[in-house]
Structure formats: structure tokens, C-alpha cells
Design a protein around this ligand. Structure first.
Ligand SMILES: [Ca+2]
Length: 491
């Protein structure tokens, strides 16, 4: 009997060893608000982003990454749900709320974060991951009392410190003296250069929260999904003075496409409302006349300072990941939620479906994979991230998603099974980007309602050639229909 028990114990021990689950990879997902690819690693020789450059040098950088909607809430909705917009509400900042009310607990997970949580991950959010900046749903001017979570099932923990600003939304539009755009009813400038340390604005506070949380997570057994959503370079372009001091304003490059594009209806470009909510700007932005070069340089200087400030905060989080010995077992993603027109096409804002508003940085470091740059002729989408994370972390997905995993590109540099197109939506329009062209169709009454840009000849989309090249439009429409995964038609 004793003998049999021993054999049994040995067998049980051997069995347990074989069945030991592999160590799951952690995820660090960093969202950066309104960050266009103005990063050294993306080829901007003037901007100073040493920490993002360092990440890109050890990860995979996607040159042609496009978001699905050029506005915060809806873009984040598509990356978090892995789904393309299905109704007009999915193009708004309330997109995620709309999706979640359609998907109660128990059916499909509400987000990629929820999916990881269901698979044993400890999920922690800090800052602006979904549209909300503190995880709570409430209007900009309302009290946080009675607020409910924007993603009720996704987070084990959600952290935000509104500090001197009092609430999440006030912090989001905050100035160094504790004031914000709301309380001053827009009587504020779109930039600020205060002589404060990194904690003088919210991103510095969030970086410290993230490094503290990493320490705590490193001591736990469960794998983690830590998400940090930095605010800058979203308006107002407020950053500590030391980041403004990195640049000589007279050397700041202006847009290469300052004029209105040819053969385009102005309604494709006219949504500049957010910028003009900062009423103490030196000049108002309009499509009718470009602002002065001096003011344009000042604004771009503010944007660059904000990018360098957020780059330094990301550097603190990446350094801590390294210091704690977590880098080798943590997949890192840095994602910009959409691009921004810094005077491009006379627009100061993001609400267009031109390349400059849709293209944003996507850098993924998958430990063990060699670093590479996926060139611009390979088009990828934000909606691809959900299946990518599930694929690389070995989580099964038995429900429909609209994207395709980027795992093949990250691990091998190519993937013959990928489709090479990306769809984006806004302003009563849908746009398809291929490796060479952008075809945009507006579902509105004004003409022309089709725009075509040839990136081989015209990389800044300065001339709509839809009328001149009906053959290309026709060929792309065939491709459009093949790629159509149930796109809705904007009303
Ligand atoms: Ca944004």
C-alpha cells in the first residue's frame, strides 16, 4: 500500500509539473491623447522624444497606422472593443457607452481589458484610457457625484488623482494655477509655459502613480494588464517650461501643406470648434485665411513641448518596468488615439478624415521579437490591436472582432494573409486607405462627394484627383466592397 501511495505521489508531482501553465505575459498599454507621428523614430528630425525613440528601437514601429475615428472617445471605443463603428453614435465621444449598453455582462466582454480580466489578469487603469479621464461617466460641467463607470466590468482598479483641479475633467483641461477651461468659460489660451516641475500638470502625477503601481504589481502572482492614458499633447498645449526650452521657436518647422486642398468641399475641413473654444488665442483659426506664421510657430512649439513632456513621463514608466525586471515579460504598446492638423490644410484640430488626422503612432514591443519598422506600404489599423494582444498573450477569442492580429508582422516582419487597407469614419464620410491611395466618400448633399488622393504623387493630400482618375476610383470601389465588413452609411 505504501509503495502504491509513493508511486501515486510521484505521478501526481510529475503530472503537476507538466501541467504547470506557462507564465503569462503582462501588458502595459499606454494611450497618448492627440499624438500624431511627430516622434524622432517616425522621422521628425527636430522633435525631442528620446524615450519613445528608445522604445521604437527595441520594438516594432508601424509607419502606416490609422485610427478608425479621428476623435477621442470613438477612436478609443474601436481599439478597446476591436470593432468598427456600426452606427452614427459610435462616431461620438459617447461611443463606448453605446457599445456597452448593447453588451451586458455575461455575453461578449465589453473591452479587450475585460477579456484579459476574465482570463485571470489583474487589470488596472490610470487616466484617459476610454473617453473618460477618471473612469467615470459624467458631463464636463456636472458633479462627479452619482457618476457611473464608463467600463463597468473591465477594471479591477481604476486610479486618478485630480489634485488641485478637483475633478477629472477639470484636470484634463487644467492650467498650472489649478484653473481650467470650463470654469473660465473658454477665456483661456490654447497653450501655457509655466515654470513648474513635472507634477505641475496631470501627466507628471499619472507617471508617478503608474510607477508606484508597477512596483505593487511586480510583487503579485497574477499577470497584469496596466493601462496608462496620458493627456498631452491634447489641447491646451500646456507643458512645464523646461520642455519649451528644448526648442528654438524660429527653427520650428511649419506645415508642408498650409493651403486648402484643391477640388475639395470646405465641409470636409470645417470642424474647428474645439480649437476655437480657447478664446484667448492670439488669433482665431478659420478656413478663410491662414493664421500668421509667427502664431503657427508658437502653437507648434507648444505642441512639441507637450510631446516632449509626455515622452519624459513615458520614459519614467518604461524605466521602472526595466528596473523591476518586468520588461522581459511585459508586452508594451504605445498608441496615439489619432493625428492632428497643426495648420495642415488650414485646420487646427482633428475632426477630418485626411491622413494627417487619421495617422498616429503605434509601437509594440513584444519581448523576444526582433526590433523592426513595418514600412508605410503595409497599412494597419487601431482595430487590429485587440486580436493582436489576444494572439500574442495566448488568449482565445470565440466571438467576432473586426481587426486582424499584427502578430505575424511583429514576429516575422510580413504576413501574406493580411488585407492591406484601413477604413475610417467621420463627418458623414467613410475613407479607405490602401498602400497608395486614400478614397473618401461623403454621404451628404454637397458635391463633390468623392475624394481621391495618390500618396505616391501627393503625400500631403493637396489635390483631390477623383474627377481626373475615375479609373482608379472604380478599381478602388471593387476593393472597398471586398473589404466592406458591414459598414454602415452615415446619415
Ligand atoms: Ca484624442
Amino acid at each position: 500500500m505504501k509503495f502504491h501511495l509513493s508511486v501515486l505521489l510521484v505521478l501526481v508531482t510529475l503530472f503537476s509539473c507538466r501541467e504547470e501553465p506557462p507564465v503569462k505575459m503582462n501588458v502595459l498599454f499606454i494611450a497618448v491623447d492627440d499624438l500624431r507621428p511627430d516622434i524622432g523614430a517616425y522621422g521628425n528630425p527636430y522633435i525631442q522624444t528620446p524615450h519613445l525613440d528608445r522604445l521604437a528601437a527595441t520594438g516594432t514601429l508601424f509607419e502606416s497606422h490609422f485610427v478608425q475615428v479621428p476623435t477621442c472617445g470613438a477612436s478609443r471605443c474601436s481599439i478597446l472593443t476591436g470593432l468598427l463603428p456600426k452606427t452614427t453614435k459610435h462616431l461620438s465621444n459617447a461611443a463606448l457607452e453605446e457599445f456597452i449598453s448593447d453588451a451586458p455582462e455575461g455575453s461578449v466582454p465589453e473591452s479587450v481589458v475585460h477579456h484579459f480580466r476574465r482570463n485571470g489578469y489583474r487589470t488596472v487603469g490610470i487616466g484617459k484610457i476610454s473617453h473618460s479621464v477618471d473612469g467615470l461617466l459624467y458631463g464636463y460641467r456636472e458633479s462627479p457625484e452619482g457618476a457611473r463607470p464608463e467600463m463597468p466590468y473591465s477594471w479591477d482598479e481604476f486610479l486618478f488623482d485630480p489634485d488641485k483641479w478637483g475633478t477629472g475633467w477639470n484636470a484634463f483641461f487644467g492650467y498650472a494655477d489649478g484653473s481650467n477651461r470650463q470654469e473660465k468659460d473658454g477665456q483661456v489660451p490654447p497653450y501655457e509655459m509655466a515654470d513648474v516641475d513635472d507634477r505641475g500638470y496631470p501627466d507628471g502625477i499619472m507617471a508617478d502613480m503608474a510607477t508606484d503601481k508597477l512596483k505593487e504589481l511586480s510583487e503579485q502572482q497574477a499577470p497584469f494588464f496596466l493601462s496608462v492614458g496620458f493627456f498631452k499633447p491634447h489641447l491646451p498645449f500646456n507643458a512645464p517650461k523646461k520642455y519649451w526650452d528644448l526648442y528654438q521657436r524660429d527653427r520650428i518647422p511649419l506645415s508642408r501643406v498650409k493651403d486648402l486642398p484643391e477640388n475639395v468641399h470646405l465641409s470636409s475641413l470645417q470642424r474647428m470648434g474645439e480649437f476655437n473654444q480657447y478664446r484667448l488665442g492670439d488669433e482665431q483659426a478659420t478656413l478663410e485665411a491662414a493664421i500668421s506664421d509667427d502664431y503657427a510657430r508658437k502653437l507648434i512649439h507648444g505642441y512639441y513641448a507637450s510631446v516632449s513632456y509626455v515622452d519624459a513621463q513615458i520614459g519614467k514608466v518604461l524605466d521602472e518596468l526595466e528596473r523591476l525586471g518586468l520588461a522581459e515579460n511585459t508586452l508594451v504598446v504605445v498608441w496615439g488615439d489619432h493625428g492632428w492638423h497643426l495648420g495642415d490644410h488650414r485646420v487646427w484640430g482633428k475632426h477630418t478624415i485626411f491622413d494627417v488626422a487619421l495617422r498616429s503612432p503605434l509601437i509594440i514591443r513584444y519581448p523576444g521579437s526582433k526590433s523592426r519598422k513595418i514600412p508605410s506600404d503595409q497599412v494597419v489599423s487601431s482595430v487590429d490591436l485587440y486580436p493582436t494582444l489576444a494572439d500574442l498573450c495566448g488568449l482565445p477569442v470565440d466571438f467576432p472582432l473586426d481587426g486582424q492580429s499584427l502578430g505575424g508582422l511583429i514576429q516575422h516582419g510580413s504576413d501574406p494573409d493580411r488585407t492591406n487597407r484601413s477604413f475610417s469614419y467621420f463627418n458623414k464620410g467613410i475613407s479607405m486607405r490602401t498602400d497608395r491611395y486614400r478614397l473618401t466618400r461623403y454621404f451628404r448633399e454637397e458635391q463633390p462627394n468623392i475624394e481621391l488622393y495618390d500618396h505616391q504623387e501627393d503625400p500631403y493630400e493637396s489635390v483631390n484627383i477623383a474627377q481626373k482618375r475615375p479609373d482608379v476610383v472604380e478599381q478602388l470601389m471593387v476593393e472597398w466592397k471586398t473589404g466592406d465588413t458591414g459598414l454602415y452609411t452615415p446619415q
